[in-house]
Design a protein around this ligand. Structure first.
Ligand code: B12
Ligand code: SF4
Length: 554
């Protein structure tokens, strides 16, 4: 018997204002949201071909009653900052009498939060979805299905259903080469979700994904969402060599970005391959400039190096760097603000994701703080989420800090204030504009219709520049002059870097106001501590650890 089912895949809204909410920058590029839900379109590709799929991304479009009426089954994929909207969507679907399957990283690490869903699919769908499909076909209407950890062979993962995407809604599309990371950073949940041995796709399989997107007419930015693209250097180099040829043969239809550990800078051959493949951006977790802190969080790969030298080497290879920094580690002996600001200035990284340490479920950090009785109860996150707070910028420090909480918050707001002033931000953009050495590419193989040009410049680029300048004048007037100065200098002295400099400027449309919003919210938190209105939850020592318990400030 042929199995038939109409599946409505829904990606819930991310909560409130977050660092990664680049709606303002997306607008400049004529899009609605940064990227689509790769997990859900991967799940769609795993379903029987006779099952019909529709995708609604609540971050870009409205879910209608008609969508729900059409469906036999609703599938929702969720990460932590989507949890409140996921719960809302489950309730709506159930009110329409539709069974709901929920999957994704948050249900995998915090399943107790999703008890109201009819089905939970935990872990990587490839490892368990067939069991769910068989159960569904045999009439089962509720249950929990859990994949065996880290066992999925990603070389068998099908090509995600990119055809379900309204690609014009997004500034970029995600693809994935590897899962897992060989490192063991204490705060990270990746090694708990995907394991320590990176599992990589086959080169032909990866190129088939790119070919599919290309044949569907997509051109532009592709992001490799791997947690650490260079986790298996040998495999990635083999893939990159072929990717370089593919890009050349297709006239470089894609600009590429990814996330990698800083040791990427130690490997000249790897940097050269990434340059040749047209990578223009890499996210690096720097976390802290302090060696003792890096050692205590088990991020030893970031020690024994001159960070500015490593980052500038990546610039010279044609990629700009976005970096993650964290405030609130136990090993911070005193104020960390000046050290962090100096590091950000010395490395000249304009866009820094500076967050408060956040204890994610299942991590080694969670287990240690749990043993030390320092975790805040789960309703701490729920209350912040209910207030629209979305990520580690404001929901962080969900535990009793080692230093007085007020001092950590003060450091955090100081760093944000100093590095996101327009003068400071655009001074770093100016340095990138001078150092970024974008490659010259032979685009002879490009078969696309030539883009209309004015004075030799693509009209679409001129329109984007106009939208950017106009919005900057309207929304960030204090940054306009810095932007004009940096951009015009770049256009004169390093014209190949203008796209990247324009992108960094567009990101400031979000980062400028967002940093000011976070600073004022942190100021309110500090005022509440000072007035005694904020009281930490009582400590519960589950397994007392005398050494660390002594060092916890009250
Ligand atoms: C790309 C990405 C983002 C993008 C979002 C892209 C998007 N539009 O969805 C951006 C950069 C915006 C982002 C931001 C954040 N992210 Co993020 N992000 C990722 C990343 C690197 C890749 C996600 C992805 O596409 N994976 C590839 C797909 C194939 O995997 P998958 O989604 O897990 O799907 C598989 C399974 O989970 C399952 N599955 C997924 N959905 C469903 C649904 C159903 C019905 C079923 C059956 C199965 C299923 O099957 C899939 C195939 O195996 C992951 C890490 C990772 N390796 O996954 C982190 C991750 C999801 N992010 C995480 C977090 C915490 C955040 C942030 C809060 C903080 C941060 N790290 O910056 C912010 C907040 C965002 C916000 N706006 O509020 C955590 C989530 C932890 C949790 N418990 O939920 C992760 C796991 C890693 C991490 N520590 O950063 N993120
Ligand atoms: S290097 Fe990145 S992905 Fe790997 S364990 Fe550390 S934080 Fe997680």
């Amino acid at each position: 018997m042929t199995s038939l089912c109409k599946v409505l895949l829904i990606s819930p809204r991310f909560n409130g204002r977050t660092f990664w909410n680049f709606e303002a920058a997306s607008e400049v590029l004529g899009a609605r949201f940064p990227s689509p839900p790769l997990g859900l379109i991967t799940v769609a590709a795993l379903l029987p071909p006779t099952w019909e799929c529709r995708l609604i991304n609540c971050n870009t479009e409205e879910l209608s009653d008609a969508d729900l009426a059409w469906a036999d089954l609703v599938m929702i994929g969720s990460m932590l900052p989507q949890r409140p909207d996921t719960i809302r969507l489950i309730e709506i679907a159930k009110a329409h009498g539709k069974p709901v399957v929920v999957g994704g990283p948050d249900v995998t690490t915090a399943p107790e939060e999703y008890a109201i869903a009819d089905f939970q699919v935990r872990g990587e769908a490839e490892g368990i979805i067939d069991a769910f499909i068989n159960a569904w076909d045999s009439g089962v209407r509720e249950g929990v299905f859990e994949a065996e950890k880290f066992k999925v062979d990603v070389t068998k993962t099908p090509i995600p259903r990119f055809d379900l995407l309204k690609k014009e809604h997004y500034t970029h599309i995600g693809v994935q080469f590897a899962r897992g990371c060989p490192f063991t950073c204490e705060f990270c949940d990746i090694i708990e979700l995907f394991g320590r041995t990176p599992r990589v796709k086959a080169t032909a399989q990866m190129l088939a994904e790119l070919e599919t997107l290309y044949n569907q007419g997509y051109r532009g930015h592709l992001d490799f969402v791997d947690d650490n693209f260079i986790g298996n250097k040998k495999a990635v180099k083999l893939f990159l060599a072929e990717l370089v040829e593919w890009q050349k043969a297709h006239g470089y239809p894609f600009k590429l970005s990814t996330e990698a550990s800083i040791n990427i800078a130690d490997d000249d051959a790897l940097l050269a391959l990434m340059r040749a493949a047209n990578f223009f951006l890499v996210f690096v977790g720097i976390e802290s400039p302090d060696t003792e802190t890096l050692v205590s969080m088990q991020k030893k790969q970031n020690t024994r190096r001159e960070l500015a030298h490593s980052v500038h080497k990546i610039y010279r290879a044609g990629m700009f760097v976005i970096a993650g920094f964290i405030v609130g580690f136990d090993s911070e002996r005193g104020s960390v603000a000046e050290g962090m600001i100096d590091c950000i200035e010395a490395t000249s990284i304009p866009m820094c994701m500076i967050g408060l340490l956040y204890v994610l479920p299942t991590t080694q950090l969670m287990h240690r703080l749990g043993r030390e009785g320092r975790l805040f109860p789960p309703d701490y996150f729920q209350s912040l989420a209910a207030a629209g707070i979305g990520d580690q910028c404001l929901a962080g420090l969900n535990f009793h800090t080692a230093r007085p909480r007020r001092d950590v918050l003060m450091d955090y707001r100081t760093v944000l204030d100093r590095v996101y002033r327009p003068s400071a931000y655009f001074s770093r953009v100016g340095k990138v504009a001078r150092m970024l050495d974008r490659p010259i590419q032979d685009r002879g193989a490009n078969k696309d219709k030539p883009r209309p040009r004015l004075f030799g410049i693509p009209v679409a680029d001129l329109l984007t520049l106009w939208r950017l300048t106009w919005r900057m004048a309207l929304r960030q007037p204090s940054a306009l002059w810095y932007f004009v100065k940096v951009f015009s200098e770049c256009a004169r002295k390093n014209p190949r870097a203008t796209d990247e400099v324009g992108m960094l400027a567009a990101l400031y449309l979000h980062l400028g106001p967002f940093s000011r919003y976070v600073i004022s919210a942190i100021d309110r938190q500090i005022a509440e501590i000072d007035s005694g209105r904020w009281q930490p939850p009582p400590k519960v020592i589950a397994e007392p650890d005398p050494v660390t318990a002594l060092s916890i400030a009250s």
